[in-house]
Design a protein. Sequence first.
Lengths: 77, 474
Amino acid sequence: MTKESFEDALAQLEEVVARLEDSSVGLEEALRLFERGVKLARRCRTQLGAVERRVEQLLAEAPEGQEPTTAPFAPEE
Amino acid sequence: MSGRIFGVGELIREINATLAGSFAEVWLRGELSGVKVAASGHRYFQVKDAEGQLSCAMWAPRADRLRFKLTDGLAVLLHGTLEVYPQRGSLQLIVAEVVPQGIGELQLAFDQLKAKLEADGLFAAERKRPLPELPLRLGLVTSPSGAAVRDVLKVLSRWERLSVLLYPVRVQGKGSEGEVARAVRYLGRCGLVDVLLVVRGGGSLEDLWAFNEEVVARAIAACPVPVISGVGHEVDFTIADFAADIRAATPTQAAELVVAQLERQQRRVDDAQARLYAVIEHRVDRARLRLQGLEGARGLASLPARVSELKERLRRLAALPALLRAVVAVRHRRLDGAIAVLYRWPVRFGAPRRRELVTARLAVAAERLRALVQARGLTLAGAERALGALSPEAVLKRGYSVTVREGGDAPLRDAAEVHGGERLITTLARGRLRSVVLGRVGDQSSLFVETEDGNRGQGKVDREERGDDGGVEQ
């Protein structure tokens, strides 16, 4: 779920699309590229939605590698 | 008082007592020079103007509270008390306050720190990191109350799936800079966030001061994850802004940058996917059209019709030479018949001598006729070969026609095949005729068939097609 793998998948997807838009690609190859593009697009979407919505405030720090103490946060109106 | 002898120290004490009375508090305008920081932390310097100069000392506890640095050339208003330093007997101003002239002290401090950190390379463009490709986990350093946190969270709510970890800090007042710096250091290293937002709503330069402190600037510059600063209003620039990777004009804008990045990435994925589907649909459509073209009305489906049309044309073409041969053969037969009659005639009616003569002459004439017909036949044979290579249209143009039964497709070769009342279709070089057979004509070895011109409504026009083969009449 790193940013590299997202960017990597997106860059590959964009490349696949560019190759697909080249009309000299045969139908067989086009279908293969399409399948690959669909997989890459799905990967990108998965990563874009990988994080659960959460708004928390930190109550106490924790030593490195441990989860800090947090509580849900909502700003006062 | 005259004649009184002072000890040195005693005199200085007296002077200092007098000074304390007369110059208890002095305000002095001048320019600093020769500023030195002693090991003790006390500052020593001269203050001067065009007409004179005076030594000054500022003790460490007070000097350390200054937000700006005392530097040579600085125009200042000094506030303090005058005294003679007993050990040297020199007059000096013990400085309690320094107020920069012409520029606010905070501005001065700001300028000084900015220059210093700039020299240290903290603000260098090459240190600036871009926004993460996918800033989904945000660290937020700000006050848990106030407009800034509300503004930020409101904008961030536009992106459903992201997380915010708020490190609540005071953003103004004594010690607030330490809290901000600590929060930046912790969130930067906790491994829970992709990007850090350090924000504060608008306020006076004084209010924003925590973000102009060196400790905050250094924490931001050293932060392992990219930092977006958004302090005050558009017009407010803080040291934190210069140290941050990205300066947003306001807290709202800091959040906008994050959401815009996510939306941009979403759009890239959407666009790529839309193009992906569009291209493949286009390709598949094209392939389908080609397939339909092969199967459809103009392709495979029409193929049998086209094949039979071609076959029909070939058959007509193949039939033509036979037709021509038939013409020649029939004419030979007619000629032979005519000659035979001629031969018989003198035998029946002529005198012996005359008969011989006539017979001889007839023989010559017959030979000539044969030769003539032979030549015609050869001409026809040549034409036959030439026509064999020509299209039926060209043949038809030469005046021949092809006649079939209506609804049938075999060319008629023998008048005996046809009965009176049958409907025929005759293809001419131009147009086709539909006709009704009235009946056969005379000698059935003849080609002549009477046809009815269907093109002229009900009008019956007999039309004889005959070859002119050299004037031999039957």
